[in-house]
Design a protein. Sequence first.
Length: 191
Amino acid sequence: MLALSLRSDGRVDLLPRRLRTLAMEGTLARFAVDGGDEALSPRMRRRLQATVELGLRAARELAQRSAPLLPDARAVFAWATPLLALEHEELWVLSLDGQSALRADRRVAQGGLHSLSISPAEPLRAALRTAASAFILVHNHPSGDATPSAADIRFTETVSAAARTVDVPLVDHVVVSRGGFVSMLEAGLMR
């Protein structure tokens, strides 16, 4: 499959050895996100990144179609697995129906390595646009430490207060990293 996306003739044996090794080790997505190395031409690097992005989009679409239940932070962490490969922060709104099934997911912000900037109104707006009964915030910490920052906690409190006024509750804010996850609800960091 990799050979077909990177070479028009589909010959695996002509792919760089490093790329074949990474594909066998299962670390190809990380390699693509990092931008590869000198073993790949710029054109091949772009094709690899596009292939990985297409796979991630297809996985999200399939997950959304099957309406997974997100009853707890562990299920949210499983949903957020693609975020673990990123080297920048992203904030997502997971809109839920009345049975805690995923109704829609929307990326509402993308930032840098240590932070992102967003108005507290944006997550609520995304939840309302999808007619959510409730919603969950999830964002990644590329540093590997899922501990919520003081800014994360303040932001969550503000969004939660606004959500209560329109009766679409924010049920959790889950911070994910390669080292695990922290549910702000379970940690007692939100009301």
